[in-house]
Design a binder for this molecule. Sequence first.
Ligand SMILES: Cc1cc2nc3c(=O)[nH]c(=O)nc-3n(C[C@H](O)[C@H](O)[C@H](O)COP(=O)(O)OP(=O)(O)OC[C@H]3O[C@@H](n4cnc5c(N)ncnc54)[C@H](O)[C@@H]3O)c2cc1C
Length: 482
Amino acid sequence: MDRSFLSALESIVGRDGLVRDPAELRTYESDGLAKLRSCPGVVVLPRSAEEVQAVVRLCHGSGVPFVARGHGTGLSGGALPRPDGVLIVLTRLNRVLDIDIANQRITVEPGVPNLEVSRLVASERLYYAPDPSSQIICSIGGNVAENSGGAHCLKYGFTVHHVLGLEAVLPDGEMVHLGGPALDAPGLDLVGVVVGSEGTLAVVTKVTLRLLRKPEAVETLLAAFESTETAGNAVSGIIAAGIIPAAVEMMDRTTIEAAEAAVHPNFPKAEAVLIVELDGPAAEVRSLFDRVTGVCRESGAGVIQVAHDEAERARFWKGRKAAFAAMGRVSPSYYVQDGVIPRTKLPEVLGRIRKLEVESGLRIGNVFHAGDGNLHPLVCYDDRIPGQAELAQRVASEILTYCLDAGGSITGEHGVGADKADQMPKMFGPDDLDTMQLVRCAFDPRHLCNPGKVFPTPRLCGEVPGPYRRHPAEAAGLAERF
Ligand SMILES: Cc1cc2nc3c(=O)[nH]c(=O)nc-3n(C[C@H](O)[C@H](O)[C@H](O)COP(=O)(O)OP(=O)(O)OC[C@H]3O[C@@H](n4cnc5c(N)ncnc54)[C@H](O)[C@@H]3O)c2cc1C
C-alpha cells in the first residue's frame, strides 16, 4: 500500500490504531465463515465516529476500498477484507452514550455487544429483544448490518424492528443521521434501507435501539419427537392454533449429540427436540401453555419437560445456543447454511434434506428457528479428505434450491455477504438486481464500500461495477447475457 496513504491513516488513528504486521493482519482474514480468507491491506482501529469519518474520507479521496468489521462472527463472509483495502474494525467504538429508561430506548456505539444492552437495563426490567445465538459476542453494528434475528424474533421481530435511529458515515465521508429517537420518522425509511445492507451503504457509528419491558411470565418446554417431520408438524400445529410463541426452536439428533458432548444440557434421547417458549401476561401464558403442550402430544411428542425455574430454562437455552459451536465435537469442519421456507413446508423440506444426507454421504445436522421457517442445516465434512469441502459446498447449495422450490429465501439472517452473491440470480431477476444496484449506487457510486459483497457483480469479466451497462463484448454482438 502507498506509503503516504498509510502515514495519513496513522495520523488519524495513531500508531496503536493501525495494524500492518503480516502475522497480526491474519487475525482479520476471515469472519465466522472461515473457508473464505483474504488478508486485509491494512487494519485500522478507530476510537471515535470522527476517526471513522476521517478514514472513510481518506479512502474516498484515494480511491481505496474499505470494509467495516464488528466482532467478526458473521457467517457469510460479509466482513471479508480486501488485500488492496482498509479494514475498519469498530471494536473500540464500544461506549454506551445514553440510557433513556422513561422512553425505553438506548443509544450505543456499534462495537457494544448485543447481550450487553440487555444486561445494562435488566435492573429496570427492560431488555433488547433481538437475540442472535452469538449475542454474547456479536456487535450491535454487525446486527444492524445483517438485520440479525434470533430465537425470539418470531414474536418480536428482527433488528430492523428495534432500530429507531442511526448515525452513519457515507462512502464519501459525509456523516448522516437517519431516523431519530421517536418511532416512525417522516420521509423515506432510510433506516430500513441501511439495516440489512451488509455494510455496503455506510459505516454505522451510533445506534438508538428500542427497549422492551420484560414480560410478566415466561414458560418454556422441551418436547422430544421420533422424527424431525413430526416435530415440524407440531410447529405448524402450534401456529395453526393461533398461538405465536416467543420462540420455537428445533434441534435434530446430530445437533443434540453435539450439544450434549459440549455443554451437557441433558436433553432426552430423540430424533428431534423442540424448545417452545411463551411469554406475556401470566394468565394468558398459563392457558396457551396447556394448548401448546396438547399440540405437542397430539403430534407425537414422547417426552415433554417443562422448565420449573430459571436454572432449568437456562439449561434448555444453553443446549440450543451452544449448538453451532458444539458441532466441532462431531465433525472437524462444517458449513452453516441459512435458508428460509414457509413453516408449513418444514416436514417436506426436512425430508428432502434427510434424503440428500443419505445420497451425499455427508452428515447434515439441523438446528434452527422453526417458528420462522429459518433453517440452519450444518453440512459436516472433513477438509483433510480431498474433494469433501467442495462436496459440502454443493450439498449446501442444493439445500438452498429446496428452500427456493418451497417458496422461501436463500438467507434468513446470516446475510448474502461474499458467500452467496452468486446465488442471488437464483432468487432475483436482472431487473430486481439492477434496481438494488441503483439504490447501492445512490449511496456509493464508486463502489468503495464493502465491494464484491451481496451482488453478483461485475457479472462479466471487464464489466464495470455499478448499475448494469452493456459489456463492450455484448454491445459488439460477440457475447450475450443469459
Ligand atoms: C455461533 C454463532 C451463532 C450465530 N447465531 C446467529 C443468530 O442466531 N442469528 C443471526 O442473525 N446471526 C447469527 N450469527 C451470525 C452473526 O453473529 C451475526 O450476523 C452478527 O450480527 C454479526 O455481528 P459482528 O459484530 O460479528 O459482525 P461482523 O461479522 O464483523 O460483520 C458482519 C457484517 O456487518 C458489517 N458491519 C459490521 N459492523 C458494521 C458497522 N458498524 N457499520 C456497517 N457495517 C458493519 C460487516 O461489513 C459485515 O458485512 C451467529 C454466528 C455465530 C458464530
